[in-house]
Ligand binder design. Structure first.
Ligand SMILES: N[C@@H](CC=O)C(=O)O
Length: 305
């Protein structure tokens, strides 16, 4: 089974007051997520603001997260929870450097969005993933950021990548406007027998009952992991989640949807007792009114951690 399976938590990269990555707090987040029962951790993606860090900082984050995951309690004595690293960059050269560094830092897999200053066409997207496959022998999750990259992965292109490269998973945005229902089923049908994990991101859609998927990719799961583990387990068992928990997560994702994405997670972290400065610019801190709305929801959290 691909290691991109189940509940995948994407921690923010906590920052010290001087703006440097706070590795102790990151380790605390990673251990907390693993102890709560998540199936994997992904650092330096959107929630982790990976593109805002230089190579040395990225290396420190990767090694810190891998060390924390290995040291954390593994439920049932199971294998250590995998740690994946997002390696998107603005050139193939930069992506390859980040992929090699992630491998050398102990990553179990890579997450890659086909990002470029100029939107890529399909030939260029495929060439990028082929270059990564030739350079680094790690499984890759295709991070489909169709709104931001102006390239939307098709089921046929995913099948081609699964056959010819190291792509073993896709992270598809459940919240993309006009996404047809049955998208997960279409991606699964195109890749049947190829061992691809079809996963979703988009917390509001996930909480409100998006199509069943092999994986959930979520930044919130690193901040409120017990809550997400309970939701995922209920859904996986075909059961109704606890109504209070579902209502609270609905309210939380609703408030966050009105706040700038990474800044909102940093503000939420602070309210949950996870110390961090706001993300680096050009992101801006969350305005006080929005912090107050978040605080009100946090105060109603039904699951104690
Ligand atoms: N898209 C997020 C994960 C989902 O919340 C990320 O890349 O960090």
């Amino acid at each position: 089974m691909t290691s991109f399976h189940g509940l995948l938590a994407y921690p923010i990269t906590p920052l010290a007051p001087d703006g440097a990555p706070d590795l102790d707090t990151l380790g605390h987040l990673v251990r907390g997520a693993v102890d709560a029962g998540v199936d994997g951790v992904v650092v330096l993606a959107s929630s982790g603001a990976g593109v805002t860090f230089d190579a040395d900082e990225r290396d420190a984050v990767v090694r810190g997260a891998v060390g924390a995951a290995r040291a954390a309690h593994s439920p049932d004595g199971a294998a250590p929870v995998p740690v994946h690293v997002a390696v998107s960059g603005s050139s193939t050269r930069e992506v390859l450097a980040r992929a090699r560094a992630a491998r050398d830092g102990g990553a179990d897999g890579l997450v890659l969005a086909p990002f470029s200053y100029l939107p890529l066409d399909e030939r260029e997207v495929v060439a990028l993933f082929e270059a990564v496959a030739a350079a680094v022998d790690l499984p890759v999750c295709f991070y489909n950021r169709s709104v931001q990259t102006a390239y939307d992965l098709t089921p046929d292109a995913l099948a081609r990548l699964a056959r010819t490269t190291t792509v073993t998973a896709v992270k598809d945005p459940a919240s993309t406007p006009a996404r047809p229902t049955g998208r997960v089923a279409a991606l699964r049908a195109a890749t049947a027998g190829l061992g691809v994990s079809v996963g979703l991101s988009g917390d509001a859609a996930i909480v409100d009952g998006a199509e069943a998927a092999d994986a959930w990719h979520t930044g919130l799961a690193a901040l409120v992991p017990a809550d997400y583990v309970a939701l995922r387990h209920a859904r996986a068992a075909g059961a109704e989640p606890d109504p209070d928990l579902r209502a609270w997560l609905h309210d939380l994702t609703g408030v966050l949807a009105g706040i700038r994405p990474v800044s909102g997670l940093h503000a939420l972290a602070t309210l949950l007792g996870v110390p961090t400065a706001p993300p680096r610019g050009p992101s801006l801190p969350v305005p006080p009114d929005d912090v107050a709305r978040l605080r009100e929801v946090v105060a109603r959290r039904p699951v104690a951690t």
